[in-house]
Ligand binder design. Structure first.
Ligand SMILES: Nc1nc2c(ncn2[C@@H]2O[C@H](COP(=O)(O)OP(=O)(O)O)[C@@H](O)[C@H]2O)c(=O)[nH]1
Ligand SMILES: [Mg+2]
Length: 270
């Protein structure tokens, strides 16, 4: 099963394993690992039918307001600067939802501050065993390269695997002013197109100033359900992805070592 073990079958005449092969194998392993975990419908969460959403992003971008649009006015404070918090309720359409409003990120130029790292981990524990969706809040203003970098550095703390469970939640939908979202995305530059590509083109636009527009929430939840289905009904699990990343790292090291060994042997004089 493991590529490292397969290496023992390779003689100089056989082709050596490739990095592409390692990557393909990763996809298969995620599937195998998941089969040993419990599916969404039978997890140890207090409410098995509850959809757990984790809302992340910089400060003053509409994270708490989005939580209020989903769960109803007053669920979260919107004065800003608050620690991560969880609120539970019933969303329009009847689905039970838990929203974790994560402590907002500060200056995009800075390395990730310790408080933000701790709050991110605490937020994860508030939606144990893991969120079904990470909603990455981006206001519909200009999106800059430093902002892109800030997102990349923070999501990297949650492993590469987190991107499979992440959707961009554009707030300030009222700023579109007649443009369609597709037109807006075309006008924006590389930074935003990098982000939507990383999220496999999964995004939704919310106008938190029209919080009585329940259709926008129903549509968001439908998109989230689609994403969960695409992920084989699995929620994000930091523990699982960390274990996989560690196994992959060790395997790549072994592969590198055996490739070096084989190249050295090949260049030996006969
Ligand atoms: N026009 C407009 N303002 C919004 C929208 N969402 C949030 N805001 C405003 O943006 C400010 C910051 O919102 P808040 O939810 O506290 O942001 P947070 O710090 O990310 O939690 C508040 O004054 C909100 O009223 C939106 O969709 N449209
Ligand atoms: Mg807030």
């Amino acid at each position: 099963m493991f590529l490292f073990r397969d290496l023992s079958h390779h003689s100089a005449q056989h082709s050596l394993p490739t990095w592409e092969g390692v990557r393909e194998e990763r996809g298969r392993e995620i599937q195998e690992e998941r089969e040993t975990m419990k599916p969404v419908g039978s997890c140890s969460s207090p409410d098995q039918n509850e959809l757990r959403l984790m809302v992340v992003g910089p400060r003053r971008t509409g994270k708490s307001s989005s939580g209020n649009t989903i769960l109803g006015a007053g669920a979260f404070e919107t004065w800003g600067g608050a620690a991560s918090a969880v609120r539970r309720g019933v969303a329009p359409g009847g689905r039970r939802v838990a929203v974790v409003d994560v402590f907002g990120w500060g200056d995009p130029e800075e390395p990730v501050p310790k408080r933000e790292k701790l709050e991110l981990m605490r937020a994860l524990s508030l939606c144990d065993p893991g969120p079904h969706a990470v909603l990455l809040v981006v206001p519909l203003l200009q999106f800059t390269e430093p902002e892109r970098g800030a997102i990349e550095r923070r999501l990297a703390l949650l492993t590469e695997g987190v991107w499979r469970h992440t959707m961009v939640l554009f707030t300030f939908g009222d700023r579109l002013r007649g443009d369609t979202m597709e037109q807006h995305l075309q006008k924006e530059g590389q930074a935003l197109s990098w982000l939507t590509t990383r999220c496999r083109n999964r995004y939704h636009v919310l106008n938190n100033k029209a919080s009585d527009d329940q259709a926008q929430v129903t549509e968001l939840l439908e998109k989230i359900e689609d994403m969960v289905a695409e992920n084989g009904q699995w929620h994000f699990s930091l523990h699982m992805y960390q274990r996989l990343e560690e196994a992959w790292r060790r395997r790549e090291e072994n592969l590198r070592r055996s490739l070096n060994w084989s190249n050295k042997n090949r260049s030996l004089p006969h």
